[in-house]
Ligand binder design. Structure first.
Ligand code: ADP
Length: 164
């Protein structure tokens, strides 16, 4: 592996998309270990999937990545990072809309934990407009999401929202 750095990759992953997986896989090529951290109870939103379901989807989709672990947390991101001895918070950055929020979060986290650096990977162009909430809106109206999420998630969504 290229270095001895552990990175955490926090998010809600409700559900995981191919955009998330792209960032995690690219991160796994650059860091010794990537720990995907699922936020159990996000303050901003209710989740469609339980924490158990979200974990299974991620573990299943990342089973081929030996240096990726999946964990969950209900504390400050910096405390979760410290628990794993991680010195990097890995995040994906999509279109400009992500910037304000992510910039503020990175500053707040840096104030609480100056030893931890937030590292952003630019979203791949084909995933730049992909979000979990977009996926949920499409399936709710009977649209196709097979190209946007891993197969197990697509299957579960198809059971929940049969195509018209
Ligand atoms: P979402 O915004 O889709 O609900 P999360 O809250 O789970 O996703 O986000 C976790 C991290 O993944 C954030 O850093 C977010 O910017 C990043 N991310 C989400 N979707 C994509 C994508 N399509 N491409 C790159 N990064 C993404």
């Amino acid at each position: 592996m290229p270095n001895k750095v552990t990175a955490i990759c926090p998010g809600t992953f409700d559900p995981v998309t191919v955009g998330h997986l792209d960032i995690i896989r690219r991160g796994a090529c650059k860091f010794q270990k990537v720990v995907v951290g699922l936020i159990e109870h996000p303050t901003r939103k209710n989740t469609m999937f339980t924490i158990e379901e979200r974990i299974v989807f991620l573990r299943d989709a990342l089973a081929d990545q030996p240096n990726v672990e999946v964990d969950h947390f209900n504390e400050l991101v910096v405390d979760f990072a410290r628990k794993w001895n991680a010195s990097v918070i890995l995040k994906g950055l999509r279109a400009i809309s992500d910037f304000d929020y992510e910039f503020a979060m990175a500053q707040l986290n840096r104030k609480m934990a100056p030893e931890i650096e937030t590292v952003f990977l630019m979203a791949s162009p084909e995933h730049s407009f992909l979000s979990s909430s977009g996926v949920k809106e499409i399936v709710a109206f009977g649209g196709p999401v097979e190209d946007l999420v891993p197969p197990a998630v697509a299957q579960r969504l198809a059971e929940m929202y049969p195509r018209r």
